[in-house]
Design a protein around this ligand. Structure first.
Ligand code: SF4
Ligand code: MG
Length: 321
């Protein structure tokens, strides 16, 4: 398998400012030393609770927010080092789909105009050509050509996400970062959109980084899954391996809370003590030690490294060192 995206030691720290002079009084380590690879044509799911840094990771990969440190190699080029014109060109190949399509679709523009815009930006100057491409894109995402003249408010949530997908596909991207693309939708609509995205991946050989808080959504669509906690990637494995054989105590707790279809398979639910600590004041050592049912003395002192334990199964936990 061919890596299309390689993320090495990515960090995004935000300054906390306070007082009347806005002096720096601390920092939030929203993304803290995250490394992973996404292979061409695969769907890598990233799952974690809100505030774990998964959305910040997605945005930092596209430099919608500037990473503090680290390398992001797209097709072997470190995009953190390119200038703004090169970045503009790269944005043709790297797209993002957001959770709330309504917020990202201009309410005063027709669907035609919304989907045409990226075509125009990337050099499709002929109006007739753009119009035809818009109609083709609408059909690709399961809408109708006549929808082009309508406005975003005339569509349901699921249809609006289809419009967002059509816009993301306009310039034949290679990689799409999907940030909670179905979280705002009804469960019945969620699976339609997930199936569409899955079909589009096959049809256009797309690669997705699929970010979500919902473990069953991520399970539905992903080939491999990574789990984040407090700005760190704590586990990463093939989907079936991760769901059947979770190694990190945090992943085990998350999965134990997911209802399963077969009641005989219901294991003991692992209840975690306490809340997720503040990312502005993360625990020393393993960031999970304040809540981990298996914490040992070393966990308070030493941050575990993210390393392979078993075939292509990565985990950051002292239990496996
Ligand atoms: Fe728990 Fe220690 Fe593993 Fe952290 S390193 S997950 S505290 S056992
Ligand atoms: Mg988010």
């Amino acid at each position: 398998s061919n890596p299309i995206l390689e993320v090495n030691n990515l960090k995004k720290y935000f300054d906390i400012r306070g007082g009347i002079f806005g002096k720096k009084v601390g920092e939030v380590k929203a993304v803290d030393d995250v490394s992973f690879t996404v292979n061409e044509g695969e769907i890598l799911g990233i799952v974690g609770e809100s505030g774990c840094g998964k959305s910040t990771t997605g945005k930092a990969l596209l430099r919608l927010i500037e990473p503090t440190e680290g390398e992001v190699r797209f097709n072997d080029e470190d995009i953190t080092q390119v200038n703004s014109e090169q970045m503009r060109q790269l944005r043709r190949d790297m797209q993002i789909i957001f959770q709330d399509p309504y917020a990202s679709l201009n309410p005063r523009h027709t669907v035609e105009k919304i989907i045409s815009e990226p075509l125009l930006v990337h050099g499709m100057t002929d109006a007739k050509e753009r119009k035809e491409r818009v109609q083709e894109l609408l059909e690709i995402v399961g809408l109708r050509a006549f929808h082009a003249s309508r406005y975003p408010h005339q569509f349901s949530g699921g249809q609006r996400q289809r419009i967002g997908i059509a816009r993301a596909l306009a310039n034949n991207p290679k990689l799409i970062i999907c940030d909670e693309p179905v979280s705002a939708l009804d469960v019945s609509v969620q699976s339609q959109i997930l199936n569409l995205m899955s079909d589009l991946r096959d049809q256009f050989n797309l690669t997705y980084l699929f970010i979500a808080h919902d473990l069953s959504v991520v399970k539905h669509i992903s080939d491999r899954v990574g789990v984040m906690y407090l700005g760190r990637l704590v586990e990463l494995a093939d989907k079936d391996e991760l769901y059947e054989n979770p190694k990190h105590p945090y992943t085990q707790a998350l999965l134990s809370a997911v209802p399963v279809a077969d009641p005989d398979e219901t294991g003991e639910r692992i209840i975690l003590k306490g809340d997720v600590p503040s990312p502005s004041n993360p625990p020393s050592g393993c960031p999970f030690h304040t809540r981990c049912p298996q914490a040992m003395d070393i966990c308070k002192e030493v941050t575990p490294t993210f390393q392979e334990d078993g075939d292509q199964h990565y985990v950051a936990c002292h239990l496996y060192e």
